[in-house]
Write a protein that binds this ligand. Sequence first.
Ligand code: ADP
Ligand code: MG
Length: 714
Amino acid sequence: MARTRPAAPALAASGEAPVTVLPGVGPAVAAKLQARGICTLQDLWLHLPLRYEDRTRLSAIAALQPGVAAQVEGRVVAVERGFRYRPVLRVAVEDGSRATVVLRFFHFRAAQVAQFAVGARLRCYGTPRPGPQGLEIVHPSYRLLGEQEQAGLGDALDPVYPLVEGIGPASLRKLIGHALERLPDAATLELLPETLLAGLALPALRQALLTMHRPPADADVAALAAGTHPAQRRLAMEELLAHHLSLRRQRIALQRHRAPVLDGGAAQVRRLLDALPFRLTGAQARVFREIRTDLARPQPMLRLVQGDVGSGKTVVAALAAMLAVAHGRQVALAAPTELLAEQHLASLRGWLEPLDVRVAWLAGKVTGKARARVLEEIASGQAQVVVGTHALMQDSVVFGDLALAIVDEQHRFGVHQRLALRDKGADGGSVPHQLVMTATPIPRTLAMAAYSDLDLSAIGELPPGRTPVQTIVINAERRPELVERIRAACAQGCQAYWVCTLIEEVDEQDGKPGVAAGRMEASAAQATFEALSAQLPGVRVGLVHGRMKAAEKQAAMRAFKAGQTGLLVATTVIEVGVDVPNASLMIIENAERLGLAQLHQLRGRVGRGAAASSCVLMYQAPLSAMARQRLQTLRQSNDGFLIAEKDLELRGPGELLGTRQTGLAAFRVADLARDAALLPGVHALAERLLAEAPALADRVVARWVGGAARYASA
Ligand code: ADP
Ligand code: MG
């Protein structure tokens, strides 16, 4: 073990002391802080400012610029109290620069009005905006000065903290100030051994925290705003390290479990390969080899297979399933939507049942006697492969002998759901192998940060015979031309999708349309369906949206798949996995509103057959420069990985992965797009820390990632 500083336990633990050790923090305040995830002193140290206000200098009123926050000092020269649409108080202030700025208040008390006597001296801070009579500042922060008062200027920028509900900004600042007074000395605060920090050329943690909370007057404000200040990089580095360590520990914990050894099975695999109507691509064969090697080991596999839409992940899953079946064990395959799960069911039944493998189906709508029967088959082990939706994860589902749990489109599930499925095969110290699949290609940097507890495989090649989709970007005004184009395509026996997307903001919690949004999206689809049905009398039009009953949705999908409808009007519910090779035209409305990765997913619904396909991205003018660039990226590339990199760059990781399961959005300082360059160093540091000072690794995780809950189970 490397030399690490002897820790002074009392001081070292001070960051872990509860907030109630601070003056003025009783149970009520503590509860409010806790609601925001702030429980200990170090949580307060890490509650970092959103931005800063510079009260270290005074500006001349004449020098004020619209939009640039500043501090001024002067005398009241006029006061006007009015009521137009709502009460308003306007206070004109002048200084030696002989210019006037108007302070405007919409909320004020009578006492305040009295303060602003003509001639009163005051100092105020705010952002001037152009008003009817020159610049004005709405609701500035201000204080009155005595006639002779020489008020000093601050020597540090004032931090503006993210709000904590129920605690005013001033109290919060004071609280954090008290917490910072208890920052231990640099050596004690530092958890990372000096030997590991040397060479990083970053400030010590103590210094970094103090700089962030109280940047000196001459701090590089631009760097702070951009998040590239060395103090921020120091914190980002440690935060990334903590997240990485927590994932590594999950992985180490998982490796302590045993798993069924699923070796051999060559004959069964050969039979399936021989029965397939195609040959595996090189990439599919390679990924299957990787999975096969994992499954033959006595440790549980946890592997993520990434493959662009249409790359053929399902058959790889089926081959993996054969290895478990060859050992007389069970396999579960879960998909996030019923539509997708049904499609897997059809594929797996088509491939496996001729080989006498019993494939069972369990979804929410399987009820009553049918459900009881399936549950019985699952429990007895008679059902060898069980395909389904979230329903598979319910408590009532008990597997006789689950050896492999497969989760498709895993980012649509939470980690706990994946674990719930896995635990159905837990038996003593043994757990099933896990295979997770995603069609959202994950940029390397993101994968490194978000999935360092998983092994990664990529199917980076499409089956032969696919013609790349031609992508066209057009103004929504040209809609009539598109209707013509659909008419022509359908007349030739081709099929088309018309995707209606939501115009409203999406639910910010997980980046997916909320309930209200789903309703609006559905009604937009309904209206489009009616309009297109009227405009295309010769075409049979179908409709699918998220608010239809499952049976209706499936009927519509089935009709489209069977070619009974020529045009399918849909919401983004068709995004994942739907496979209709005869569809060769897709039109996406309001494409500028969707993420690149999502558009790429949608586009993947066409180009699945031999016919040349097109995807039309329709936008509402005017298009921002950023939106234009995004759509351009799609027009120019069919490469899901490249598109994902761009999406990460333009929209950040939350959009790409969904934030529910990764907790990535919970980064306090780090930003994966910005701080990616830190990752390799962070990973190296993590390995050394785990090897040389595992107890410190635990404390780094506790400091940044918080309570045990997040990493307790792997
Ligand atoms: P995804 O990776 O998007 O889940 P699927 O597994 O649904 O892709 O496969 C898409 C289509 O490609 C399916 O119709 C599947 O049968 C077919 N397919 C898979 N592998 C091959 C292959 N090697 N050659 C030809 N077609 C293939
Ligand atoms: Mg798929």
